[in-house]
Design a protein around this ligand. Sequence first.
Ligand code: 5GP
Length: 195
Amino acid sequence: MKADSLGGSAPVTVLAGPTAVGKGTVSAAIRASYPEIYLSVSATTRAPRPGEIDGVHYHFVSDEQFTRMIEEGEFLEWAQVHGKHRYGTPRSSVTAAARDGRPVLLEIDLAGARQIRKTMPEARFVFLAPPSWDVLVDRLVGRGTETAEERERRLVTAREELAAESEFDVTIVNDSVARATRELADVMGVTRPAQ
Ligand code: 5GP
């Protein structure tokens, strides 16, 4: 496998954790409050949800486009998530941001984090954990955006993902989005700009 060392440039931080733990919410808070952090925009084959903007939240691509991107080596990592759609981290924008000296955040699933561990061992791996399993199940059910079948599939994935915590360098418990976001920025060596 190709190594993707970034040399002496700013480190890449990988944020992973079980489904519905709030990775998306914490990343959105990072995007809003810490503009110096480059939040990688993934490509995905899933359709946009209401309010999602192409090029901001994801690059929404067709299955054919995604396959072409894999063939052309455009991804640092990619994975099929929840056995359904494919998601991938574009290599060029991440390396460009890191070379510009910006701290880079990748919000990806566990399979993607494991690929990055192999190709970019100098990256920092942060696990976002729920306060408890029951809270996680409540959040998953409470979100109400998935069918029962989809929810069951996500719970199976979540159980496996929770068991992976020990593979990570740092665990942040998401009992408060504001605190978890601050802790993540802190781990990335970024302090909030004065307001
Ligand atoms: P959603 O469809 O809810 O936005 O995201 C579903 C899952 O895909 C989340 O767990 C998210 O972390 C993961 N994901 C988003 N982008 C990427 C990516 O580029 N690579 C990988 N491996 N997973 C991703």
